[in-house]
Design a protein around this ligand. Sequence first.
Ligand SMILES: [Zn+2]
Length: 328
Amino acid sequence: MTSTPAQPTPAGVDAVVPFTVEALDIRGRVINMGPVLNSILARHQYPGPVNKLLSKAIVLTAMLGSTLKFEGRLTLQAQSDGAVSMLVVDFNAPDGLRAMAQFDAAKVADVASQDGFKPDHLLGKGHLAFTIDQGAHTSRYQGIVVLDGTTLEEAAHEYFQKSEQIPTLLRLGVAEMLTKSEEGGADHSWTAGGIMVQFLPQSPDRMKQADIHPGDAPEGHEHHAMDEDDAWIEARSLAETVKDDELTDPNLTVEGLLYRLFHEHGASVYTPQNVSDKCSCSAEKITAMIQSFSEEDKTEMKAEGMVHIKCDFCSMDYELDANKVFKD
Ligand SMILES: [Zn+2]
């Protein structure tokens, strides 16, 4: 039994849809992204493999960020020695998303041509930081995960296990769509989706979970195996059956996906939260930034007259008159 939300929520509408499955004590979120994702990616003109990785990071950030109330920002920032050296996605509550990447194009092409390529392979060794800034009245929170061949899903699992200690399962999918263009060629577009499931029983006792595998821990390091709760084991194994193409299928609605996964237990779906392509840059912020430059830089800019600054996120061009900005 699936309850009916106020409005139908067809897939691919750039929205995060919260849901619960009470019988299994889980709450979750499903996201589908299409037009908003394409408008963010189109502005950058990154190579396909970078778009794939960035799309996964965008749906992950949107799912996590959409839990922020009213104001605040969630930033996902990866730095690595891999083909993609930096990747930043910001979610600005209530709905703004922006994203950018820095990469070595030759390395990207090389990594992407290898057998069994996954977009996550573009990140080498480094770290991934999840930063939550909930505005002036709360302190900033940052959780950092080490990257070493780690997928974004694995990094997110580790983040939840370390920081919130909530058993969490996350799946992300991205697909490149080819449609026939009016000129007879092919139009490329992107679609991405994700699902996040969290176990939140009344009794915190039931939330104990198996340790993360100790990895390179020295020999003799004890791996504490714990018995996980049956409801969580079932919820997780059901959510794990999601196929990548189900997360990116424009014909599969959120209700359809949840029905397929949880019909035996019943899922309740709540009001979708839209996401939008919205940068937080402004002429004021750019002005404040260049005012913090060194005197030497300022003198140089004054000599040039007009200063051109391009936003790394949205590619907006700002043209400022240095003699006005530094008139004092
Ligand atoms: Zn911008």
